[in-house]
Design a protein around this ligand. Sequence first.
Ligand code: ADP
Length: 151
Amino acid sequence: MKKTALFPGSFDPFTKGHHDIVMRGLNLFDEIIIGIGHNTTKKNRYFDIDLMVSKIESLYTGISGVKVVVYNELTSSLAKAHDAQYLLRGLRNTTDFEYENTISQMNRYLNEELETVFLITSPEFAAISSTIIREVHRYGGNVDTFLPYKV
Ligand code: ADP
């Protein structure tokens, strides 16, 4: 049976840390769906959603088994719609753990067949955070070294 994992997130922006999780996830799963959560009624993203989709898609051109979708529904429902049996998430530190623990319990409650799989960040990417990258970019700093593509 094909193993499909949904990797959900805001990806605002998608970083080298996220890319590392996808590449390592491909050793475990046949297919990874990168789900960009986007509430279409709230224009609260920093990086344009269409730009992010095209950057991520270009990154995985030629690598089979990676798909990008934008969604505005429960993560557990999106997983069901794509026959994903797993949710893939990354863990950098105890703050991530506290947050991830809560959402994974909730997702399990919403769909008990959905198993969340956590990959611990690679040390070289442990300090990369989308929030910090947005702040640096907002004030004109160069963020290229943290992203697996150019913005
Ligand atoms: P969310 O908005 O759901 O927190 P993010 O886009 O910030 O989503 O991140 C998606 C997933 O990637 C989360 O599980 C997060 O912990 C993980 N992640 C974020 N940055 C890194 C990193 N540098 N290394 C490994 N995992 C990361």
